[in-house]
Design a protein around this ligand. Structure first.
Ligand code: GDP
Length: 297
């Protein structure tokens, strides 16, 4: 279960307040210091943790909760609200085009879960909206990626457009989009190539594909288990490419929670979905308020 440590650390920090008859400003600061350490250990971005503590402190002192009834409960409420705000407040749905198809371009480092996420999202749309998505296999650098997408497509009965690996991904995307127009697909997913790390060639290719496909959504998949690196990757992709949303994968294996907490604050872009397992159904909308409650335990 994600956030185990963070949850118990925050609960311990809060006990420090609830055990007291009267809560002073310095009691509050002790608690906030413990929460700040817990956030950093959870691999939350440093600036994000600082901003969070500053806001909780301001709220708590400004609304004079320390002088009122049940100060510790009030502080928990403030912590909950600020956690929710830090993660973006509201769930943000996929962008949708006014006319079909809605084009969703995927991006992400190798192994982050891009191909798996394409299948999960396309299947979700098929089940929820009876959508007819087309998946374009444009990851020509990893032959196994195309096979993986085709296998998933077969299983889910979702069409996959591929032209093998001996052709430029720009051409594949052009041809794939033409086919989607002819077949009147309502969604197109473009599975692009990943790399071990962000590099110039990758970014140029993604920018070219963006020019060609004019996507309604550029979704970045990042691996929650990589903690701070996930946040830095999201920041890097956002600065060079400009993303519209994030899918945070492997939350099921993430015991710390730092990426979930930092990405929105650092990039300004919403986490739209979370991956919570390898199965195609293991995907969910990212709800900041539910995530905050989960963190507080
Ligand atoms: P890509 O290189 O970004 O396309 O990554 P893949 O889609 O091939 O995924 C890499 C590995 O991560 C595969 O073994 C997936 O089954 C696994 N994976 C993807 N998403 C999740 C997730 O949400 N939870 C878990 N536990 N594994 C995942």
């Amino acid at each position: 279960m994600a956030f185990e440590n963070l949850t118990s650390r925050i609960q311990t920090a809060m006990k420090n307040l609830s055990g007291k008859g009267k809560v002073s400003e310095s009691d509050l600061d002790d608690t906030l210091r413990q929460i700040r350490l817990a956030l950093l250990e959870a691999d939350v971005n440093l600036q994000t943790a600082r901003n969070f503590i500053r806001k909780v402190r301001q709220e708590a002192l400004g609304s004079k909760v320390l002088e009122g009834l049940n100060p510790s409960e009030q502080v928990i409420k403030i912590v909950n609200e600020q956690l929710t705000e830090m993660m973006g407040q509201e769930a943000v749905p996929l962008n949708k085009s006014a006319k079909i198809p809605t084009v969703i371009m995927m991006a992400g480092l190798q192994g982050a879960g891009k191909t798996t996420t394409v299948a999960k999202l396309a299947n979700r749309l098929k089940e929820n909206e009876h959508a007819r998505p087309l998946l374009i296999a444009a990851d020509v650098y990893r032959p196994a990626a195309i096979e993986q997408l085709k296998t998933l497509g077969d299983q889910l009965q979702i069409e996959v457009f591929d032209k093998g690996t001996d052709i430029d991904p720009r051409q594949i995307v052009k041809d794939g989009l033409k086919k989607a127009d002819q077949d009147k697909n309502d969604y197109v997913f473009i599975d692009t190539a990943g790399r071990l790390q962000i590099d110039q060639t990758l970014m140029q290719e993604l920018k070219d594909l963006e020019q060609i496909a004019k996507p309604d959504e550029i979704l970045l998949t990042v691996d929650a288990m990589t903690g701070q690196n996930a946040t830095e990757t999201a920041d890097g992709f956002n600065k060079s490419l400009g993303i519209t949303g994030v899918v945070l994968t492997k939350l099921d294996g993430d015991t710390r929670g730092g990426a979930a907490l930092s990405i929105r604050e650092v990039t300004g872009k919403p986490i739209k979905f979370v991956g919570e397992g390898e199965k195609v159904s293991d995907i969910d909308v990212f709800y900041p308020d539910r995530m905050a409650s989960r963190i507080l335990g």
